[in-house]
Design a protein around this ligand. Structure first.
Ligand code: PEP
Ligand code: MG
Length: 583
């Protein structure tokens, strides 16, 4: 019973404590895989082995059944053995694998589906029953193909569990019983994965992208899932459990109290108005925005549009997505960030070269500038959508002025092209850059001359300033937003923008941490952009901290030497009522 901690992606907020349940099943929707011709023989062999294994299992089952229920009833398994010789299994699947270059699971699943539809349409009871038997045998072959054991039935568990899975298909997630499942944790996935979307809509905490949770967590291990921070604690001490129980209770009470804030403006008690916008990763979140009281979009991550598909999205497809976004934010601005691929975000269809240090490699704007044709498709789509609403554009991972100039030049090229083509578009779209590399923060007074706004991406700014991989658990102690070095870079950026008479926001996760909000307001940020689930909470903090007090906190915080001292300054500086909520 060793204590362990996993860091993942906080996909859905909330805290849960309970036993782990390893879910081994897999939905059928995620099964399709295309094969290269040379993979076919191995696939056929794998299929053949699954058939052999299935036959062996049926013989075994028949033996056990004979002992338990007698010869007569056990004969059904004899019939199942015969069914395995049905051409559906012996010929059809194998032929389709070879002809269509598709994996065995998918082909069998499709064949069974078609067979089921035909059987269901028949009046003859004998054939309908035989259809059911074929399905049973087919599902057994499928489970063997996927290396799965018997089908698990969560409903039979009769106790509340935290579900641990390698991945969950949409059908898995929605059909799982939420009566017994209190939280989801998966090895794979990011905020855009379906499990994250569904977890959010079910209101269950979820942490995804845990990488090796299924390998390291055992059935029955006691878990704490912190969906707010993306943490999973395995077999925690009694003291930690107590601490998290309290956090959970407080969180529930706090969430309830937040309902009232959704429709109120983000204004401090002394009348200072801040823009509180949303970070959007998936289009489904657009519908949730208003319900959470967001004033527009501070960061629209466009990567999701390019993922889970075989080719990049066309200009038309992107145009439609961005137009929908413009329509849904209404009069509020929507900042579309151009493609930020690379680092830990890869696409199979783009054939990106493997890099030794992907976070320091061909990522985001660097990749886009290297592939201007692909980049221009996105820029054109954004310019066209901007004719339908207050869209702004933002370039990620800027390290130098020349990258800004090159990006702007490409944007201008797109303007000229669209003009020539007589397309409907908006020419004067506001342009901003993300400040997430120290060189950009240091040069922010120069960069701001060329753009309309800056947005600080602390997720990367911390990573690059502290030389700490943002997804590496062993150096996580260095990943500290309150480190004075980070605060200086942030302040430098804010001051540069203001000196040029322009606005500056923050869209990194730091902006959505309520504890940091007083400090960030005092430092002078004009906009905070956070995931929608924390917006009401951040708004509550804004409405409780007078700007004058926040400024005092910021001034003091920028004078001290360590993050611990900064932390103390915030804790001691906020009004007592807010302190009891935040600390
Ligand atoms: C950031 O780096 O802070 C940011 C918002 O971008 P991303 O998390 O997508 O890298
Ligand atoms: Mg970033």
């Amino acid at each position: 019973m060793s204590e362990k901690m996993f860091h993942g992606v906080p996909a859905s907020g909330g805290i849960e404590i309970g036993p782990a349940y390893l879910y081994r099943s897999q939905g059928m929707t995620s099964l399709r895989r295309e094969l290269r011709p040379e993979e076919v023989p191995a696939e056929l062999k794998r299929y053949e082995e699954a058939l052999v294994k299935t036959r062996r299992q049926i013989v075994e089952l028949q033996g056990r059944a004979k002992q338990k229920i007698g010869d007569d009833h056990a004969s059904i398994f004899g019939a199942h053995q015969v069914l395995l010789d049905d051409p559906l299994f012996t010929e059809e699947v194998a032929q389709t694998i070879s002809a269509q270059l598709l994996n065995a699971e998918y082909v069998l699943h499709e064949a069974l589906g078609k067979f089921k539809t035909i059987m269901a349409s028949l009046d003859d009871e004998y054939f309908r029953e035989r259809g059911g038997d074929i399905q049973d045998v087919g599902n057994r072959v499928l489970r063997n193909l996927m290396g799965k054991g018997e089908k698990e039935d969560l409903k039979k568990l009769g106790r509340e569990v935290i579900l641990i899975a390698n991945d969950l298909s949409p059908s898995d997630t929605v059909t799982l019983s939420t009566d017994v499942i209190k939280a989801f944790c998966t090895d794979v996935g990011g905020k855009t994965s379906h499990v994250a979307i569904v977890a959010r809509s079910l209101g269950l905490p979820a942490v995804v992208g845990l990488q090796n949770a299924t390998a390291e967590i055992r059935d029955g291990d006691l878990l704490i899932v912190d969906g707010n921070k993306g943490l999973v604690l395995v077999n925690p001490s009694a003291q930690l459990v107590d601490q998290y129980r309290r956090l959970k209770e407080n969180y529930a009470a706090f969430q309830k109290s937040l309902e009232a804030f959704k429709t109120l403006p983000a204004v401090t008690p002394d009348g200072h108005r801040v823009t509180l916008a949303a970070n959007i990763e998936i289009p489904q979140e657009l519908d949730e925005m208003e319900r959470h009281g967001a004033e527009g979009i501070g960061l629209y991550r466009t990567e999701f549009l390019y993922m889970n598909r075989v080719e990049s999205p066309s200009e038309e497809e992107q145009f439609n997505s961005y137009k929908e976004l413009a329509t849904k934010t209404g009069i509020n601005p929507a900042i579309i960030r151009t493609l930020d691929l690379g680092g830990d975000k890869f696409l199979s269809h783009m054939n990106m070269a493997e890099e030794r240090n992907p976070f320091l490699g061909l990522r985001a704007i660097r990749l886009c500038l290297k592939q201007p044709d692909m980049f221009k498709i996105q820029l054109r789509a954004i310019l066209r959508a901007a004719a339908h609403g207050p869209i702004k554009i933002m370039f990620p991972m800027i390290s130098t002025l020349s990258e800004v100039m090159e990006s702007k030049a490409l944007l201008q090229e797109c303007v000229e092209e669209l003009k020539k083509e007589g397309q409907v578009f908006r020419a004067g779209v506001e342009v901003g850059v993300m400040i997430e590399i120290p060189s950009a923060a240091v040069m922010s007074d120069i960069l701001i001359q060329e753009v309309d706004f800056l947005s600080i991406g602390t997720n990367d700014l911390i990573q690059y300033s502290m030389a700490v991989d943002r997804v590496n658990e062993s150096v996580a102690y260095l990943y500290d937003p309150l480190n004075p070095a980070i605060l200086r870079l942030i302040q430098m950026t804010i001051d540069a923008a203001h000196k040029a008479g322009k606005w500056v926001g923050m869209c990194g996760e730091m902006a959505g941490d309520p504890q940091y909000v007083p400090l960030l307001l005092g430092m002078g940020l004009d906009e905070l952009s956070t995931s929608i689930s924390v917006i009401p909470e951040v708004k509550k903090v804004i409405r409780m901290i007078p700007l004058a007090k926040a400024k005092e906190i910021a001034a003091a915080a920028l004078k001290v030497r360590t993050s611990d001292e900064v932390f103390d300054i915030i804790r001691d500086g906020v009004p007592a009522e807010l302190r009891s909520i935040l600390f």
